[in-house]
Unconditional design. Sequence first.
Lengths: 279, 332
Amino acid sequence: MLTDSQLALKSLRYRRKIIEVIKHVGAGHTGGDLSCTDILNVLYNRILRVSPATFSDPKRDRYVQSKGHCAEALFTVLADCGFFPESDLLTMCQYQSHYVGHPTRHISGVEQNTGGLGHGLPLCVGMAIAGKLDNANYRVFTLLGDGELAEGSNWEAAMCAAHYKLSSLTAIVDCNTLQISGRTGDVMNSEPLAEKFSAFGWAVRTVNGHDFADLTAALQEPLASDKPSVVIAQTIKGKGVSFMEDVAKWHHGVPTDEEYKTALAEFDMAISIQGGATQ
Amino acid sequence: MSAPAPSMYSDAAKQTAAQLGLKMGRANLDAFADTLLALAQADRNVLAVTSDSRGSGKLAPYSKALPNQIIEVGIAEQNLVGVAAGLASCGKTVFAVSPACFLTARSLEQIKNDVAYSDNPVTLVGISAGVSYGALGSTHHSLHDLAVLRAINNLTVVAPADNFEAREAVKAAAAAKKPVYLRFGKASLYDLPATEPLTFGKARVLHEGTDLAFIATGETVIHALLAAAYLEQTANRRCRVISMPTIKPLDTNAILSAAQDCDAIITVEEHMVNGGLGEAVAGVLAQSGIPVHFKIVGIPDEYTVTGSQADIFRHYGISMEGLAATARALLP
């Protein structure tokens, strides 16, 4: 297993690549990509039992990115895991590319087409029920945004997951406290999230969403044997780029040439401190 | 006590049906439930998913026989379709069963994204469709479903006309391994003449004729067939009767043949005239350049009249007498 330090280096390189892709293709959900990078890093490099070789295995673990708009982050991690060549990333959103601005099953490694919010959790409830019916021991994960939790379908699915005691299901909330219009607490307050999920019958743990050990400890096993699990990952939107961190306008946005240079320089400095070679 | 529901058929219509040798069958919902039970007994990967709809879906015997092959999600149609899609992605043959009015409106985004776009092979079963709920009113009517589902890529849309078409459609949907929408009503239906098998995307010609063609779908087909017989007896007009169970993909060849062979075409549907079978046929005709007299019979774009399904059908001319009158007015 990769060490925390190796994961830290990977996250820096993922984030640098995400910014490169967004700059190259001229679009992207920058802030959320950067807030969920460490979560995806831990999932794909430590938790999920899935690889390009096992992606069609019915017993594979499943990951559905409900907050589908953070596609650049997912695609970057999938490329690193060998699902497709990294050079494909630069075709994102280009004419006739399979790499749409949201995940689609045309792309190796993507379980479900997402992008409309409030869809991932119901899909994962279905997958977890199927696993239970088949006595399969795969786990099912989804990543939700805290703003996304205003969609009522999440709570229909949350009720259902607890009703069927779907312990193989883990939802992760990328709780970066911002959405497109501003602070989630101001737009539509979804807090207290832990209490809400707990009241719906879920096992809940709140973690630092940028701490590899903390995330790993919460994700490596289900939190309960008779309940679905939710990991509320407290994150910073725009994490890793000084002028993007915790700024709502970076929900989506392409850096100017000057901003781009600054962002890459920040990553290169951090990569160098982390002991990796800069690109 | 409520008054007994008025019959869907006038005495004259019943007499015509008798002359044609037609026997009254059961509701398509019953045919669906029996067929699904048989499929599920033969294959434990067949699942029904319900939204507190097992009773209205006639699935009580199914749930008793196969309690491990029915998933209840409660009154939560968005979750119903999402869960069904998730199950289907894991290799299950899934029938998501819910009143058509809720299934195709409240969960439309789940149908579009999680079933059709993600290509999860769910069979969406819209029960008590059209105006089956009669006087319960517009909240419970589905007069939009064919229109909205026609506009979704990768979805086959089917409205069976009788128990035969219903049974065959359920079997074909299970075998299709693709997203399918099936639309069933809850009124008993005459068994139509068994002329040809049911294949998705193919029309079934129930009666030959070249004066006029009725192109009808779902539970209105019987009224077109009776009207054709009535016109033959009373006006010496020979009408073709085409059952068009598949609204998408549409059998354009059957439409073009009718346009070439007949002087007039009347479409009939238990659906709003906007965006349903009639406008689909109109699109084919207009682009073909074949001149033909044409009329769409359905529910107009208005506050639907209150009444039973039979009342509503009669009010809007979906009856033997109503369709015969429309034909007389249209024919040169």
